[in-house]
Every structure is written in structure tokens, then in C-alpha cells.
Ligand binder design. Structure first.
Ligand code: PHE
Length: 338
């Protein structure tokens, strides 16, 4: 006759194997292995056995306990992996994922990068200066007298201490000449400020690249060659460039630059894109005075300067109808330049 412990093992293993869920399994564990379970009760009973019986029954009891524990463990593992694969089955791996939004450079930044790259190929270095300026760098040094309309309070943002927000980045040209002797070949990208009402084509803050080229024997021909090259690189090889006489206090002669290109919206219309001119000798003299030397002797050195509106160029190049779009941070607009 088999030992009752063997019958117990058989019953326990069958019960564990047929447990339909975790609760049934836990009930079986408590029933057999729990503190007052059947197997534990046998342990208690050991004390009452004879010397001869003890080792035999003890060994069997150990075997039964090990077998039941192992069966419970393996059944627990089975339930766990069933649960996990059930959860996985509910995931539809064929569904499209959530696409990651890819950022893009702001159109003005793109415009700046393209422009700087073209000028860099012609040997222009980058120069920088402060947005908050003094009147001397913004006007006096640039041969712009105190009664010039640009200096009017209606046109320029003044700070209480008399300083101002620069109305152009020509200020950087002056700062560059104060700090270095000729020859000079720099461009200065940056923000400029004027008291304009905000509308589709005007903004109190806009963005420029101004350029300065000073060397011996620099003429209008160099100016024209440089700007024509730039415009054709930017707007396409078949772009026509026209220079029309104009007035700026700091250049003589002064020229406005117009382009016409079939690739551009508006097709055969001349579009004004830049101001330029040959540096006025009075500008060199102002710089000499500030440097307290004759480094920019107008008899020896000559130069040209130009100013390009980045907002305007970007509007033309990317066919943007309203300057306000640049600063409204509307992703529907910005997302078109990725
Ligand atoms: N400073 C001028 C402006 O902002 C542009 C310019 C620069 C014109 C250099 C001529 C020479 O309008």
C-alpha cells in the first residue's frame, strides 16, 4: 500500500495542474504548503514517529514538499506568461506610429545663412555689434547731421539716457573701422529698428545684412560686381540687376539695387532689394578722428557699402505676403520651410 504522503503528492499535483486561475492556485498553495496546510501538518507529526520511521518518512516528506513547490512555481510562471502574451495580443503592431515632429530653421535664419554663405565665398568676414547704440555710431559717424529726419523722435527709438536702438547695422561698419586698419571686408547681419507702424510690409524691428569693403582703388565697378554676383546666386543665374541713383548721407554716389527674375512672383517687375554706394570720405574722416590717426586716409583708401533687408529678401524669395508672419510663431507658417 502506498504511503499516505504519496497519495497527498498525487492529489496536490493534480489540483495544482488543474488550477484554472491564480486564485485557485493560491488556494492550493495555502491548502498544502500554508502554515496550517497538510504538508506542514505532516512536519508536526514527524515528532511522533519512531526512530526507524523518521528518516524514511522525513525523506519522503521533503520530496513531496519540493515537488509541490516546484509545481506551484511552474504553474505561476505559466499564468504570468499567458497574461503577458494576452496584453501583447491587444497591441496592433500594424498601426502607424506617432510621427515625431521635425523642426526647421526659421525662414529668416535660412535667408541669413544663404546670404552669409554667398558673401563668405567672396571673402567677407562676419562682424557684430550692439543693438543698443549711441547717436554717434548710428548717425554722426555716418555723415548724418542732427537735423536729418532719420534722427527725429518720430523715426527712432530713444532710450531715456539718449542712446537708441540702431536704425541700421551700418553702426557695425563704423565699429569695425575703429577696431581695424584697412583693408576691410565684412558683413554685419543683425536686427534694426525704426518707428514704423506694423503692417504687411513694415515692422518696427526688421533684419539686415550690411556690408563694407575698403581697399585701394575700390570703385563702383567692384560694388556692382559684388552685388550682381550675390543677386544671381540668390535669385538665379538669369536675374537682371539694375542700379538706380539715390541718396544716402554716408555714400557718394549712392545706388538703389533692383532685381528682375522670371523665377520670382511678379515676373517681369523690377523689385528694390538693397541700398548701396561708395563710402563718403566724410565717414572715413569721422573714423580717423575717433581713432586719432590717419588709418582711413581718403586719398589712399576707398570702399563701398551696401544694406540688404533680410525680411524683404525672404518675402521675395519664398513668396511670403506679410512681414508679420515672421514674428507670429504660427506653426502652420513656419512648418512650410522644413
Ligand atoms: N544703411 C542703409 C539703410 O539701412 C542701407 C545702406 C547701407 C545704404 C550702406 C548704402 C550703403 O537703409
Amino acid at each position: 500500500m502506498p504511503h499516505p504522503l504519496e497519495q497527498l503528492r498525487e492529489d496536490a499535483l493534480r489540483e495544482i495542474e488543474s488550477a484554472s486561475d491564480e486564485h485557485a492556485l493560491e488556494a492550493a498553495r495555502v491548502k498544502y504548503l500554508g502554515r496550517s496546510g497538510t504538508i506542514s501538518a505532516w512536519g508536526e507529526q514527524m515528532k511522533t514517529l519512531s526512530k526507524e520511521e523518521k528518516p524514511v518518512v522525513g525523506k519522503l516528506l521533503n520530496e513531496v514538499r519540493t515537488a509541490v513547490s516546484a509545481a506551484i512555481e511552474s504553474q505561476t510562471g505559466k499564468f504570468r506568461s499567458q497574461k503577458e502574451s494576452g496584453a501583447l495580443a491587444r497591441i496592433d503592431v500594424s498601426l502607424p506610429g506617432t510621427p515625431r515632429e521635425i523642426g526647421a530653421l526659421h525662414p529668416l535664419t535660412q535667408m541669413w545663412e544663404r546670404s552669409i554663405e554667398i558673401f563668405r565665398r567672396m571673402g567677407f568676414a562676419l562682424a557684430d555689434g550692439p543693438d543698443i547704440e549711441d547717436e554717434w555710431h548710428c548717425f554722426d559717424a555716418l555723415n548724418t547731421p542732427p537735423d536729418h529726419p532719420a534722427r527725429n523722435e518720430q523715426d527712432t527709438f530713444y532710450l531715456p539716457d539718449g542712446r537708441l536702438l540702431r536704425t541700421h547695422t551700418s553702426t557695425v561698419q563704423i565699429r569695425t573701422m575703429q577696431g581695424a586698419k584697412p583693408p576691410i571686408r565684412v558683413i554685419s547681419p543683425g536686427a534694426a529698428y525704426r518707428r514704423d507702424e506694423l503692417d504687411a510690409t513694415h515692422s518696427p524691428q526688421f533684419h539686415q545684412i550690411e556690408g563694407l569693403y575698403v581697399d585701394e582703388n575700390v570703385s563702383v565697378a567692384d560694388l556692382k560686381g559684388t552685388l550682381e554676383f550675390f543677386m544671381r546666386e540668390l535669385f538665379g543665374a538669369d536675374t537682371a540687376v539694375q542700379f538706380r541713383p539715390h541718396f544716402f548721407p554716408f555714400t557718394e554716389p549712392s545706388l538703389e539695387v533692383y532685381v528682375k527674375s522670371k523665377a520670382l512672383k511678379g515676373g517681369e517687375r523690377w523689385i528694390e532689394v538693397a541700398g548701396s554706394g561708395v563710402v563718403h570720405p566724410a565717414v572715413f574722416e569721422q573714423v580717423n578722428k575717433a581713432r586719432d590717426d590717419k588709418a582711413y586716409d581718403p586719398e589712399k583708401w576707398s570702399g563701398f557699402a551696401f544694406g540688404l533687408g533680410m525680411d524683404r529678401l525672404a518675402m521675395i524669395l519664398f513668396d511670403i505676403p506679410d512681414i508679420r508672419y515672421f514674428s507670429q510663431n504660427d506653426l502652420r507658417f513656419l512648418g512650410q520651410f522644413g
